[in-house]
Design a protein around this ligand. Structure first.
Ligand SMILES: Nc1ncnc2c1ncn2[C@@H]1O[C@H](COP(=O)(O)OP(=O)(O)O)[C@@H](O)[C@H]1O
Ligand SMILES: [Mg+2]
Length: 245
């Protein structure tokens, strides 16, 4: 089954457990996950792009992105970046890394996973994920703040989502920030598979994925009337989703 990964290597530094792809990095180093150092080195991070504050950096001549997992909502005030449990196999980082690997093997347009880290401490663990940077894309939400997408681009987005659904991939947080696009070349990627999974049972989750995305787009529109999204755009996305090609 495509869900098993074939290029998984492991390393350990003290309490930190690392999964990595040895064909992409020779030796995973602790520095790969040192978010504060990386931020000050590069001076740039995707603050606007999500609560996890992805950091873009260079390592062994590769452009990489580090995501440090953080809690959302009210629990963030209590737990911050700590997640319950000491079992790294169950950590979000290891799960997302493996799901990304499986999706890459299926040639789905997702970031290539490089390394995942999990550091148990007490009853909790902290976790990070490093992926290869996808170049020349911006989040759909940012694009729409500046300009509209053509209906052709909306159809490409719909078709892209359909490819994931046909491969039984559930995205737990399909919103306009987790879709990266290059409108000029009609390229679309999905990111942020935290809590995503292969789902072989039922169909209702597919409609739920789409409904979530639609809510996200209308929410952006409600905050900013100049946000370039309307019902026709959604219909074009659905055309792409339903299309047979
Ligand atoms: N591999 C990648 N290539 C390019 N941009 C990325 C990549 N991974 C994440 N990003 C950017 O960083 C943002 C935050 O990453 P994401 O995985 O969505 O985490 P979260 O939303 O939990 O912070 C994304 O919305 C996207 O803009
Ligand atoms: Mg995100």
């Amino acid at each position: 089954m495509a869900e098993s990964s074939t290029t998984e290597s492991r390393a350990r530094f003290g309490k930190r457990h690392i999964l990595y792809d040895a064909s992409l990095i020779e030796h995973p180093e602790v520095g790969l996950f040192a978010i504060d150092n990386l931020k000050s080195q590069t001076g740039q991070h995707a603050l606007a792009a999500g609560r996890g504050h992805a950091v873009f950096f260079e390592h062994q001549n590769q452009a990489l992105v580090l995501k440090h997992y953080r809690r959302g909502g009210q629990i963030a005030a209590v737990l911050g970046d700590r997640y319950l449990g000491r079992n790294c196999e169950r950590s979000r980082a290891f799960r997302e890394w493996r799901l990304l690997q499986a999706m890459c093997q299926l040639r789905l347009p997702v970031p290539v996973p490089v390394a995942a880290s999990c550091s148990p401490q007490g009853l909790f663990h902290r976790a990070d994920l490093v992926t290869q940077q996808i170049h020349d894309v911006i989040p759909l939400a940012e694009h729409l703040l500046e300009k509209p997408c053509t209906h052709q681009t909306w159809r490409v987005i719909g078709r892209c989502i359909r490819r994931f659904h046909d491969a039984s991939v559930y995205h737990a947080d399909l919103n306009a920030r987790n879709i990266l696009i290059n409108a000029e070349f009609g390229r679309v990627f999905l990111v942020d598979f935290d809590k995503g999974a292969f789902r072989h049972l039922g169909e209702s989750w597919k409609a739920a994925n789409l409904a979530r995305l639609q809510r996200s787009l209308f929410k952006f529109k409600s905050f900013n009337p100049y946000f370039n999204f309307g019902r026709d755009d959604w219909n074009a996305l659905l055309e792409g989703y339903k299309g047979d090609d």
